[in-house]
Design a protein. Structure first.
Length: 279
């Protein structure tokens, strides 16, 4: 299931796709479940984006967050043994689970500007890891994930304003001209795993009529002692609660500078996220 190539790509590029980790009938059941939940009401943490105008498709399909706190299917998915096995292989130890999200991303929806997840989760020591399950086939037309291969080796970067015509979140990170940003083409049932330092995001869904739905879990290293306030309680993969401390609101971040004709990251100052803002 997890191949040597997956392990090597995770180490080298900071991400990898495990193909068909979830069966077509499971994917169908998740789609049906979340479309019903979306139709039936609104929930704490629903987010249709910064500057969403009246005609923004995300108004009808806001992102859901932390569903595992009130929805049993989401909790079971977050703790699924297949995801646990993959993450344990990549991290070398069992992780703690801290977040679920459901992106509907209907036709015409904006994407999410390139960012690093640990900017939000502020795991100490170490970093976080994401499991991103495609519920629809995804490609560049419906706004598939984009990753900057190798950026998992970078420190957290200082953010700048994002283009709100393209992104429903308002910050992004600057990249050097030679950054290797790649689209991640996936079929429904594939899971993209990626490191919390990896720069990633997505562009708008420019298709006429295709959703790009995804079920996402965020996890932190099993030796972490602190995580941002928004992510408590952390759960062990058997569902029991683990008590972790809050991590401080801000720390240092990096900026690109030119040195000897090359772009390198210099640690600058602190513009990291306020504890109440979350991915
Ligand atoms: O699905 C997307 O477009 C972005 C998701 C993301 O940034 C994440 O899972 O951390």
């Amino acid at each position: 299931m997890i191949s040597q190539a997956n392990i090597e790509q995770m180490e080298h590029d900071g991400y990898t796709v495990v193909r068909q980790l979830f069966a077509p009938e499971e994917v169908e059941a998740y789609k049906e479940h979340y479309m019903r939940l979306r139709r039936d009401g609104s929930y704490a943490g629903d987010f249709s984006g910064v500057a969403a105008g009246e005609t923004d498709p995300l108004k009808m399909y806001p992102r859901m967050i932390h569903m595992h706190r009130w929805d049993d299917l989401s909790l079971r998915w977050m703790l699924d043994p297949r995801i646990n096995r993959a993450l344990t292989t990549f991290l070398g130890q069992e992780p703690f689970a801290v977040q679920t999200m459901l992106y509907f991303k209907p036709a015409g929806a904006r994407g999410q500007a390139l960012h690093q997840d640990n900017y939000y989760l502020r795991v100490q020591p170490g970093t976080c890891m994401a499991a991103w399950l495609a519920l629809d086939d995804c490609d560049e037309h419906n706004g598939c994930m984009q990753v900057a291969a190798g950026s998992h080796a970078w420190p957290l970067l200082c953010t700048v304003d994002a283009d709100l015509n393209q992104s429903f979140t308002d910050v992004t990170v600057p990249l050097p001209a030679d950054a290797d940003v790649r689209p991640v083409l996936m079929q429904a049932g594939d899971v993209l795993f990626f490191n919390g330092q990896l720069v990633h995001g997505s562009y708008p869904n420019s298709s006429q009529d295709r959703f790009r739905r995804s079920l996402i879990g965020h996890y932190i290293q099993g030796d972490a002692e602190q995580v941002g306030r928004w992510y408590h309680p952390a759960l062990r993969m058997d569902g029991s609660v683990v008590a972790l401390d809050d991590s401080p609101d801000s720390s240092q971040c990096g900026v690109w500078v030119e040195r000897n004709g090359e772009q390198v990251i210099e640690i600058a100052g602190a513009n990291l996220v306020d504890a109440d803002i979350h991915d």
